[in-house]
Ligand binder design. Structure first.
Ligand SMILES: *Cc1c(COP(=O)(O)O)cnc(C)c1O
Length: 401
């Protein structure tokens, strides 16, 4: 059994896929070919925003957004403590500082109440300017943008939606009768086309979404060496971050399958898991009006001993499972310098990262820290069969009984 069966997907899409890839190769337009512009139009329409700009990967997409906003030294960027490393990695890369925020036990997404506490502690310390909150649609479920927007508006924060896992998810917002799609909730939103994401290409790829004309123009410049009026007019320090024409061709085929049936099929598979597992283990919570794109199907066990034993038991039956994520951001070695929440007294008294500061890590973001020891993600993809779901659920029942 595969955790995410991309080979099976290729077999299903093979005819269209081979034609698209060979067509791109034969065309000779390898960089920024016509498929790139077509795909950007299709993605923008699907998401329901004015601009889509593709780029080299989901991490660069986040970086491009921060560059468009001019985020840098002296700026605080709030990031959920339970996410993939990229969501926070891009912040110090721009010279700004990540401030970690706890998540909700039920949805795994950023906790708006803890966001407000984190902003207040940064303001009390007075060293950094609160500028941006990175909001991750973790495992495919959109975050609670209504609550987050209220805090963001109160403190003048921009919302950067990290939709790397969320593409395809949706929410019926209050006062609306139609669902709004992920990657339309942030002031700028990003996604990733890494192969295992909800919509993936055959390599690396990413995209940025926004309704704002000025930011879109800046991102278009930053992604091609800070270009100005033409390619060899360089007006700012930028990046080389484009989506290959071949990957755009792949994504056109994948987006069609995703919109036509894959998203429905993966939701049906997730529902079957939940039906068969909800009485014996903590299954994912999808709030009323929300729809997930199911980047992961993640259950919660009692503690790390039970989780690790279940993972081992599944392995002996040939069932793959993954721990997303084993370590909260604030305990990552790379973020040691950013692992405290300002107390209002200054970062520490001695000038460098002190023992006192490190010891405070222990009570930062308790929910995220606890989740890291209890979560387990099960095999899930649109081509998972009913028999495979039964096999996984039977193994879990056997272990927990
Ligand atoms: C995968 C991922 C990214 C980064 O995407 P890449 O295309 O691998 O650079 C960023 N944020 C989250 C939440 C992700 O899951």
């Amino acid at each position: 059994m595969e955790f995410r069966d991309l080979k099976k997907q290729y077999q299903v899409l093979r005819e269209d896929m081979d034609r698209a890839i060979l067509g791109a190769v034969a065309s000779g337009a390898y960089i920024m070919g016509p498929q790139v512009k077509e795909l950007e139009k299709q993605l923008a329409e699907y998401v329901g925003v004015k601009h889509c700009l593709t780029c080299a990967n989901g991490t660069d997409a986040l970086t491009l957004a921060l560059k468009a906003w001019g985020i840098g030294p002296g700026d605080a960027v709030f990031v959920p403590d339970f996410t993939f490393f990229s969501s926070a990695e891009v912040v110090p890369l721009e010279g700004a500082e990540p401030v970690f925020v706890d998540v909700c036990e039920d949805t795994f997404n950023i906790d708006a109440a803890d966001l407000e506490r984190a902003v207040q502690s940064v303001l009390a310390e007075g060293r950094l300017r609160p500028r941006v909150v990175v909001v991750v649609d973790l495992f495919g479920l959109p975050a609670d943008y209504q609550a987050i927007r209220a805090v963001a508006d109160k403190y003048g924060l921009l919302i950067l939606e990290d939709g790397a896992q969320g593409f395809g998810g949706s929410v019926v917002m209050a006062g609306s009768d139609r669902p709004s799609r992920a990657c339309s909730f942030g002031d700028i939103a990003t996604t990733s086309f890494f192969p295992a994401k909800p919509v993936g290409c055959y390599g690396d790829g990413g995209a940025v979404f926004t309704d704002n004309d000025e930011w879109a123009a800046l991102i278009d410049s930053y992604r091609v060496h800070g270009k100005g009026q033409f390619k060899y007019d360089n007006v700012r320090i930028g990046m080389n971050s484009r989506l290959d024409t071949v990957q755009a061709a792949v994504l056109q085929v994948k987006l069609k399958a995703f919109a036509e049936y894959e998203l429905d099929d993966i939701n049906a598979a997730a529902e079957k898991y939940t039906e068969r597992l909800k009485d014996i283990v903590a299954t994912p919570v999808i709030p009323e009006g929300f729809r997930s794109s199911w980047a992961q199907y993640t259950i919660k066990l009692r503690d790390s001993a039970q989780r690790d034993a279940l993972q081992a038991a599944l392995k002996t039956e040939g069932i793959p499972s993954m721990v997303y994520y084993p370590k909260p951001m604030h305990l990552q070695t790379a973020f040691l310098d950013f692992s405290t929440r300002p107390s209002g007294l200054g970062r520490n008294d001695s000038g460098s990262m002190s023992f006192r500061a490190k010891s405070r890590n222990l009570d930062l973001c308790p929910v995220a820290t606890s989740l890291c020891s209890r979560v387990l993600s099960l095999p899930l993809h649109p081509y998972l069969t009913e028999e495979q779901i039964d096999t996984v659920c039977a193994a879990i029942h056997k272990f927990l009984r």
